[in-house]
Design a protein around this ligand. Structure first.
Ligand code: DGL
Length: 276
């Protein structure tokens, strides 16, 4: 079978925080990043719409040669991953794989919290799906972990519109952090359960008490992907190894190049595609 890049998909720029860590951990592989910037944000969209958009993106990445696609988006992982894995993959190609970011994160949580009170910051879609509380209960059999969630619907638009260093950003970040800590003051571990949120990290930290550790998914997902490829040599052999990273966006490529370059700390070039 012809080797291909590893596909990394997000609704916009957030998946870059995952891509960056994956490339750091596994620089030898080729990557194809796809941001659906034209239709972002996904967080406020219905289950069906997120599923349809995500399936379109996955199919396109398969058509472009990817054997393995990572949904570097919690909203897509929460709303589309299971249906794609169980219903679509067997029909499209049973040898291809799609993985998400929720399960790898959930596996780490019990190792991190001492108080057994964990906070989840995510999009409305991720929070309403209840994926985190359900997965935490399922995977940590026996061990009771209290999970408190807070939806932060303004945070993704702040990132997508590069409004990070503004008083407006501070207002919304403080508001959501205060809401969460009022609901559950015992929290000692806070998961940034949206791949856009690490881009707001320094602002979030301004409003967090020092005893709370902030968990980013990028390093966790990168470590788990390395482990996955080690355990699945039949997939690893399909991943090409020229060390390249290519970028696709459904919006204006020069806008993507500017913003993505800013987030990644390096200049990149992007191509535009349409999804349907
Ligand atoms: N980055 C995505 C996530 O991890 C969500 C962004 C959006 O709302 O589109 O949930």
């Amino acid at each position: 079978m012809k080797q291909g890049p590893i596909g990394i998909f997000d609704s916009g720029y957030g998946g870059l925080t995952i891509l960056k860590e994956i490339v750091k951990e596994l620089p030898q592989y080729d990557y194809l990043y796809l941001g659906d910037n034209a239709r972002t944000p996904y967080g406020t969209r219905s289950f069906d719409v997120v599923y349809q958009y995500t399936l379109q993106a996955v199919k396109r990445l398969f058509d472009m040669g990817c054997h393995l696609v990572i949904l570097a988006c919690n909203t897509a992982s929460a709303k589309a991953l299971r249906s794609i894995q169980q219903r679509d993959l067997p029909l499209i190609d049973p040898n291809r794989r799609v993985l998400g970011v929720i399960r790898p994160s959930v596996e780490e949580i019990p190792l991190l919290t001492k108080s057994k009170h964990v906070g989840i910051l995510g999009t409305q879609g991720t929070v309403l799906s209840e994926s985190y509380p359900m997965e935490i209960e399922k995977l940590n059999n026996g061990l009771k972990v209290n999970v408190t969630q807070e939806a932060c619907p303004m945070w993704v638009p702040l990132v997508e519109n590069q409004e990070i260093d503004t008083p407006g950003a501070e207002y919304f970040i403080q508001k959501n952090i205060d809401n969460l800590l009022t609901k559950a003051p015992e929290i000692d571990t806070l998961v940034l359960a949206c791949t856009h949120y690490p881009l707001l990290r320094s602002k979030i930290e301004q409003f967090l008490p020092e005893n709370i550790q902030l968990i980013e998914q990028g390093p966790i997902v990168a470590k788990k992907l390395k482990d996955y490829l080690y355990r699945h040599p039949e997939m690893e052999i399909n991943c090409s190894t020229l060390g390249s990273v290519k970028y696709l966006t459904t919006e204006n490529p020069s806008v993507f190049e500017n913003k993505a370059g800013f987030f990644l700390g390096q200049q990149i070039t992007a191509s535009q595609i349409t999804l349907d």
